[in-house]
Ligand binder design. Structure first.
Ligand SMILES: [Zn+2]
Length: 339
C-alpha cells in the first residue's frame, strides 16, 4: 500500500486511506424514506433482507457472517411502532432489475427477558424467540470478517439504532418522541419538532516529523492494555475546525506544536455515534510531554524502530480494520505484523 518509504507523507500525492466500515457499498436511497408505509411495502417484497439488532449487537448467521433474514421469517413481528423498531437501511447497488432492499429490525432491550414483561414483551412471542434463537456479536467483533456491503449495513444499523435508543424523549422539553420517515427522524409529540440522527466528529492523527529523520508519534492511553500504542485522537469541540481540533489535541496530549494538517480519510465509529476523521499532522516541535491523564506515554518511532518493537511485542498496535492501524501502516509503507 501507499507510498515508498523515503517519500514524505506530507509531500506525496494525495490519496485516501482504505476506508474500513465505509458505507459506499450501499445506496441509502434517502428519497424512499418518506414513502408512505415503506416498511410494510418492503416486508411484502420477498427479496428484502432484514438485519437484526439487539442491545447494540448484531445477529450472526450460521456461517459467522451477518444474519440477513427474508421477510417471511418475520411475519409474526409487528410492523409499526417502537417495540420493535423497523429502520430502512437502503438498497443494493450495481444490480440490474429490482435491487434488494434492506431493513433493520431493532428488538427491545428486554426482548429476551425470561419473565412476563411489564412493557408487554411476551416471553413466548416472536421478539423473544428472535432474541433467544440468535447468536449476537458487536460491530467491532463482527465487521472485520464481513465484506464491504454487509459491513456497511451492520454499521448503519448499529449507528441508527443507537441514536433511537437515546432520543426516546425530546432533548428540549422531555416529552416522548415518535419514529418517522422509516427511522430517519423522530418527532416530539408536544412541540412537533423533528429530531435528526447525529454524528459526532472526532479527529485521529498520525503526527510525523522529518528531522533528524522521519518519525511517527504514537501514544499510550491510560486506559489501554500495557504496551498498546496508537495514534492520538480526540473529539472536535463546538465551534472548532477539524484542523484546529488536531492541533489542540496534539498540544494538550503531548505538548507538540502541529503545522500542516492533511486529510487522509474517515471511518464511521458508531460507539455510539462518532465519525473518525483521519489526518497526517506535521510536527513543528519534537519534545514530548504526555499529559499524564489521558496519555501516560508518548514516543517517536523510526520505521526500523517501530518494526523492531512490533515484532518483539514491545509495542502492540491497534487492530486491523481500524483507521488508526491504517494511518500507522500508511506511514510505515506496508503491513506490520500482529493483529
Ligand atoms: Zn419537545
Amino acid at each position: 500500500m501507499a507510498y515508498g518509504r523515503r517519500v514524505s507523507p506530507v509531500t506525496r500525492a494525495p490519496r485516501t486511506l482504505p476506508q474500513p466500515l465505509d458505507t459506499a457499498a450501499l445506496d441509502r436511497a434517502a428519497h424512499r424514506r418518506t414513502e408512505p408505509h415503506l416498511v410494510r411495502v418492503l416486508r411484502d417484497e420477498p427479496t428484502t433482507r432484514v438485519v437484526l439488532v439487539h442491545r447494540g449487537r448484531l445477529a450472526v448467521a450460521t456461517g459467522g457472517g451477518l444474519e440477513l433474514l427474508p421477510p417471511e421469517a418475520l411475519t409474526d413481528v409487528p410492523a409499526d411502532g417502537e417495540r420493535p423498531r423497523w429502520l430502512f437501511l437502503g438498497e443494493e447497488t450495481g444490480v440490474v432489475g429490482t435491487p434488494t432492499s434492506y431493513l433493520a429490525l431493532v428488538l427491545p432491550d428486554d426482548a429476551d427477558a425470561e419473565d412476563v414483561d411489564i412493557e408487554g414483551v411476551d416471553p413466548a412471542g416472536p421478539l423473544a424467540l428472535l432474541a433467544r434463537e440468535h447468536t449476537w456479536a458487536g460491530l467491532r467483533e463482527l465487521s472485520p470478517r464481513l465484506d464491504p456491503a454487509p459491513a456497511a449495513l451492520a454499521t448503519e444499523a448499529v449507528a441508527l439504532a443507537a441514536w433511537h435508543a437515546v432520543h426516546e424523549r425530546c432533548p428540549r422539553c422531555g416529552e416522548p418522541t415518535t419514529l418517522e420517515n422509516a427511522g430517519w427522524t423522530r418527532r416530539c409529540v408536544a412541540q412537533g419538532t423533528e429530531l435528526y440522527p447525529r454524528t459526532d466528529p472526532a479527529v485521529i492523527m498520525a503526527v510525523v516529523r522529518e528531522e533528524p529523520e522521519e518519525m511517527l508519534l504514537l501514544g499510550h492511553a491510560a486506559h489501554w492494555p500495557d504496551r498498546r500504542f496508537s495514534t492520538l485522537a480526540g473529539y472536535v469541540e463546538p465551534g472548532e475546525s477539524l484542523e484546529n481540533a488536531v492541533r489542540r489535541e496534539v498540544r494538550e496530549e503531548v505538548g507538540v506544536e502541529v503545522g500542516e494538517v492533511e486529510y487522509r480519510g474517515s471511518q464511521p465509529w458508531p460507539f455510539p455515534a462518532s465519525l473518525m476523521v483521519a489526518f497526517v499532522a506535521r510536527a513543528r516541535t519534537a519534545d514530548l510531554h504526555p499529559d499524564g491523564v489521558e496519555l501516560t506515554d508518548a514516543r517517536w518511532f523510526t520505521r526500523a524502530g517501530l518494526e523492531r518493537d512490533v515484532r518483539s511485542g514491545e509495542v502492540l498496535l491497534p487492530g486491523r480494520g481500524s483507521v488508526a492501524r491504517a494511518l500507522v501502516e500508511e506511514w510505515f509503507g506496508g503491513a506490520l505484523p500482529g493483529a
